[in-house]
Design a protein around this ligand. Structure first.
Ligand code: DSN
Length: 437
């Protein structure tokens, strides 16, 4: 366990919880975090997320709250909204969703009605629970038609997407996913949507940071509504956000009760978030989002996102050299999806062995997987968190070699203990949160 100079009050007040926190600090410090959806926020973001704005109730929106005393949280939310608009070239943002799932729920319920047909990428082909999985609200509330990637390319099968859209006439199509290593094809999806008069929603939760810096194409000119999380490549606090490149009058004839004025889509999205599906916003998190967006507007953030992708490409290259099968043959982004079928190990076993070696990844289904979601044939690895620590392509190649060593010797505890030692040594070169220690 490490000595910390922070959390002294917690240490005195609640030693049990302090001890747990210390163990998590040590785990984060001493292990390699390769979960593609995770990252390490800057210390100022951490400070803001742990700040006094957690105390404030602020149901409503800046200037229109249901509680008094909101002048400063109004400033914080306006700063977050304005920075997000600048970052993504968006005319509208809502920074209140507590998570990406909440953002998706609000966007879906604004653009389509319960029972309507929507299309999304199948979860086992890289989609997301909220894109129509039967175990999620999206699969229960809507008639879902899932599209897939092709076996040969690992990329979205646009022949199938066009054909399914023609056949089922969806009211909305979702593009994006949580295990898709390639750029999201916004322009092609727009063509499909236009061919059947569907709305197009992009979920850019994974590549948001890369979109913000122009390293990944922007959805803004192509999609009717865009959702994201703020904690992945964008490196903010855990949370969600909804955006539109352009706002317009809603096409469903919804009017303001007194004036009869046709409402803007932004107004419908705002009221779907609150009071539709959420109550009081997490003002400490919204303020921390503002801090993270401010960081992302700095020119260094572009360099950082470039490094994320360079690291992921080096990772893909190294794995290919070691005869690993990569879905789509590589990556354009921050993540690599590995099919372990030719390595004689399931995703679950690999995740387990790697965790014992201090390398954190998640098991992941691969397209056309024959194993269950609890076992899986693959793992998903990503570079945002290790890039935030300052690691570069040489470190990444070393990490890939360590991963291969573990996977090739997953039953040999002595080798795993040896790798664990090497992992610790590497982590020590790139300490996290110097402010805490
Ligand atoms: N659970 C996230 C991920 O790991 O990609 C998506 O919400």
């Amino acid at each position: 366990m490490k000595d910390t100079t922070a959390y002294l009050h917690l240490k005195e007040h609640d030693p049990d919880m302090y001890a747990i926190l210390e163990r998590e600090i040590t785990r984060e410090d001493d292990t390699l975090e390769l979960i593609a959806s995770e990252n390490f926020v800057s210390y100022p973001v951490l400070e803001m997320a742990g700040g006094v704005m957690t105390n404030k109730y602020a149901e409503g929106y800046p200037g229109k709250r249901y509680y008094g005393g909101c002048e400063h949280v109004d400033e914080a939310e306006n700063l977050a909204r304005n920075r997000a608009k600048e970052l993504f070239n968006a005319e509208y943002t809502n920074v209140q969703p507590h998570s990406g799932s909440q953002a998706n729920m609000a966007a879906l319920l604004t653009f389509v009605d319960v029972g309507d047909t929507i299309m999304g990428l199948d979860l086992s082909h890289g989609g997301h629970l909220t894109h129509g999985s039967p175990v999620n609200f999206s699969g229960r509330l809507f008639n879902v038609i899932s599209y897939h990637v092709t076996k040969e390319t690992g990329r979205v099968d646009f022949d199938e997407v066009f054909q399914l859209a023609r056949e089922h006439k969806p009211k909305l199509i979702i593009c994006g996913g949580s295990a898709y290593p390639r750029f999201i094809e916004f322009e092609q999806f727009r063509e499909v949507a236009d061919s059947v008069g569907a709305y197009l929603m992009a979920d850019i939760a994974h590549p948001a940071g890369l979109v913000a810096t122009g390293i990944h194409p922007s959805p803004m000119g192509f999609c009717d509504v865009v959702t994201t999380t703020t904690h992945k490549t964008l490196r903010g606090p855990r949370g969600g956000m909804i955006m539109m490149g352009k706002d317009s009058e809603n096409p469903w004839g919804k009017v303001a009760p007194k004036s009869g004025r046709v409402k803007m889509i932004s107004e419908l999205l705002d009221s779907m978030v609150m009071p539709g599906i959420q109550g009081g916003p997490l003002m400490h998190i919204i303020a921390a989002k503002a801090v993270a967006f401010g960081e992302a507007l700095n020119p260094e953030f572009k360099l950082y996102t470039r490094h994320i992708v360079d690291n992921a490409k080096a990772m893909a290259d190294e794995f290919l050299t070691q005869d690993y099968q990569l879905i789509s043959g590589g990556t354009d982004t921050h993540l690599v999806l590995i099919d372990l079928s030719n390595k004689g190990i399931s995703g679950k076993k690999a995740e387990n062995a790697l965790e014992r070696a201090g390398i954190t990844v998640n098991k992941n289904m691969v397209p056309f997987d024959t194993r269950s979601p609890f076992i899986t044939s693959g793992i998903r690895v990503g570079t945002p968190a290790v890039t935030s620590r300052g690691m570069g392509t040489d470190d990444i190649r070393q990490i890939c070699k360590l991963i291969d060593k573990v996977i090739s010797n997953h039953d040999d505890e002595a080798i795993i203990v040896g790798v664990r030692r090497e992992v610790k040594e590497l982590c020590r070169l790139y300490p996290l949160y110097k402010e805490i220690h």
